[in-house]
Design a protein around this ligand. Structure first.
Ligand code: G6P
Length: 612
């Protein structure tokens, strides 16, 4: 989720790059850098200036030594491979080639080994540097005069997601840009052209934009742009006129960041699973994270808020697939009750920000007591990853809305990877079952997109019930934590009182609250426990409660009891939480939107709580 900008034209490019990066800083702020081609009578050199930290650090460096040139690229980084540091900051230079990149290269390990064997020396931990070496190598092979062709040949060797901009000293008038599964847009100007990861970065210069599609390469010069595919075939496409305001462009046209992030979930989950699953070997790989499975007697999950809900789903997954016992604790409670943990135990913390004070304290306590500490986090090299033995990163990208959405579903995806990985190693998950589950997991992102398409129906439901004073959310098994999450989302952004309950517990208390004014949101997908949930629904109906059901498409019975049925695609019960939460996020969003609350920054809440 890094920010990318490129300029080729007749103006000094450094100020244009910095101004663009400022508009992109919300995408990532671990480090920033620029590369500018400086051409004089002696020839062309690349000036690369980059450093760790916010853009202001880079601006300070540039104040002392500003590169001068008409062709340049700039980057603001959100770390995925390699911690935030000066060395890992983009651009990466290999030989005469400089590259900036947004995305994840799946086969980075094998490519790195192959390049090392060919004598290439690496100066960073990033997957991006590999691309720079590959292109430099191809450029050398072809005599150095066709950068576009060298990029094309290099990309044929790369698997994964990328949006890149490439400069070479032997090609002083051009930038080559390419895209696969990460966004990239070209801005067409008069005697100048722009490249950016997002529209806002270049909106001040042009509104004429050409969005690159998967597997396309653009040769960008001041006089024009040529686009071809990975086979080198020319592609003609007319640019679009962008009418968004600068503010709505940051949200890519969505009204709120939360709404944008709800829509990003299919992409975020794909990125989190990318390169970590193999159907053939029926296994899940956790980068370099060693869970020390053979030594693990018990797992304790600690987290706060939405991440705690992910942990509750994680317990279900890990216990069912690996048969290792799992406890789930709220981090704020955990450390004050002298937790029983030590050698042979695994503490798995979950945190989007990696900065939550309670979770951090729990990790430190468990580590001090001798437990192995692993975290699932979104922000690379934040405090919790640094305090843990190892980290498995979700690749949600920066989450701006305070109410967590895509961070939650990527946590569920990461926990599913952990559960499959453990299950295969404890021997409780057979090869056949694992490979079936992995196939289904890979189908989840497209099902998520399908559910987001139900937004108009959910908007109508939200309008119909959004005046209620209280809501009840019910779910069973691994959908119980989703009921909790649905209630939390509604509370957080609409300020309506809501409670999540296991469906079977309703009769032990909450049933007293049910009357004609109480909407009851029920998670009732097909699977184990479905019949029991249907009985619970009958109990609600008998008390005139209004039922909003999230059920499986094709379910003929649900309509007979529910007042509203949101029908979603079928999935194995292990994976259902990845889907059932989406309608609840949308419901909370639309209720809050009708109420006119501050959705992205709800009152009294903070994105990351660094006090206990
Ligand atoms: C705050 C946020 C929640 C988040 C919780 C845990 O309360 O408002 O959205 O779930 O912290 O944050 P973490 O970054 O540790 O996942």
């Amino acid at each position: 989720m890094c920010g990318i900008i490129g300029y080729v034209g007749e103006k000094e490019c450094t100020p244009i790059l910095i101004e663009g990066l400022r508009k992109l800083e919300y995408r990532g702020y671990d480090s920033a850098g620029v590369a500018v081609l400086e051409t004089d009578s002696q020839g062309t050199r690349t000036q690369v200036i980059r450093c760790r930290g916010k853009l202001s650090n880079l601006e300070n460096l540039l104040r002392k030594d500003q590169p001068s040139g008409l062709v340049g690229i700039g980057h603001t980084r959100w770390a995925t491979h390699g911690r935030p540091s000066d060395e890992n900051a983009h651009p990466h230079k290999a030989g005469q080639v400089s590259v900036i990149h947004n995305g994840i290269i799946e086969n980075h390990l094998s490519l790195r080994n192959q390049l090392r064997a060919d004598g290439r020396v690496f100066s960073s931990e990033t997957d991006t540097e590999i691309i720079a070496h590959l292109i430099d190598e191809e450029l050398k092979k072809s005599g150095g005069d066709n950068l576009r062709e060298a990029v094309r040949r290099a990309l044929k060797q790369v698997r994964g997601a990328y949006a890149i901009c490439v400069l070479a000293e032997s090609a002083p008038d051009q930038i080559i840009a390419a895209k696969n599964a990460s966004p990239l847009v070209l801005g067409l100007g008069d005697g100048e052209n722009f490249i950016a990861s997002d529209v806002p970065a270049i909106l001040a210069h042009t509104r004429k934009m050409l969005f690159l599609e998967e597997g396309e390469i653009a040769d960008v010069r001041k006089t024009g742009i040529e686009v071809c595919d990975l086979e080198g075939k020319r592609i003609e496409r007319a640019p679009k006129e962008i009418t968004w305001s600068a503010v709505s462009a940051e949200k890519e046209g969505y009204k709120h960041f939360m709404f944008k992030e709800i829509h990003e979930q299919a992409r975020a989950v794909t990125d989190t699973l990318r390169g970590r699953l193999s159907v053939e070997s029926a296994d899940a790989f956790l980068d370099d994270v060693d869970l020390a499975v053979a030594d693990t007697k018990k797992i304790t999950i600690v987290a706060c808020g939405t991440s705690w809900h992910a942990g509750l789903v994680g317990k279900f997954l890990i216990e069912q697939l690996s048969r290792i016992p799992v406890e789930v604790d709220l981090a704020s409670e955990y450390r004050y009750r002298e937790p029983i943990i030590g050698k042979g135990d695994l503490l798995l913390s979950i945190s989007q920000s990696g900065e939550t004070a309670d979770t951090l304290a729990a990790v430190k306590e468990a580590r001090q007591k001798g437990a192995r500490t692993i975290c699932i986090a979104n922000v690379v090299d934040s405090s919790i990853p640094r305090a843990s033995h190892a980290s498995l990163y979700t690749h949600a990208g920066p989450e701006i809305g305070v109410a967590s959405t895509k961070a939650f579903t990527t946590q569920l995806a990461a926990l599913t990877l952990v559960a499959i990985h453990l299950g295969r190693r404890t021997g409780h998950l057979s090869e056949a079952k694992a490979s079936e589950l992995i196939k289904e997991l890979l189908l989840i992102p497209s099902k998520m997109s399908d559910i987001v398409g139900l937004a108009p129906q959910i908007q109508v439901i939200a309008r119909r019930y959004g005046q209620a004073r209280d809501f009840l959310f019910l779910g069973r098994g691994n959908n119980y934590p989703i009921a909790l999450e649905g209630a939390l989302k509604l509370k957080e952004i609409s300020y309506i009182h809501a409670e999540g309950y296991p469906s079977g517990e309703m009769k032990h208390g909450p049933i007293a609250l049910i009357d004609v004014h109480m909407p009851v949101v029920v998670l009732a997908p097909k699977g184990p426990g479905y019949d029991k949930v249907m009985s619970n629904l009958a109990e609600v109906k008998a008390r005139e409660g209004k039922i909003i059901a999230v059920a499986t498409r094709g379910d003929k019975d649900i309509g007979t009891v529910a007042d509203e049925a949101i029908l979603i695609p079928d999935a194995p019960s292990f994976l259902q939480p990845l889907l059932t939460v989406l309608p609840l996020q949308l419901l909370a969003y639309y209720v809050a939107d009708f109420k006119g609350t501050d959705i992205d920054q709800p009152r009294n809440l903070a994105k990351s709580v660094t006090v206990e």
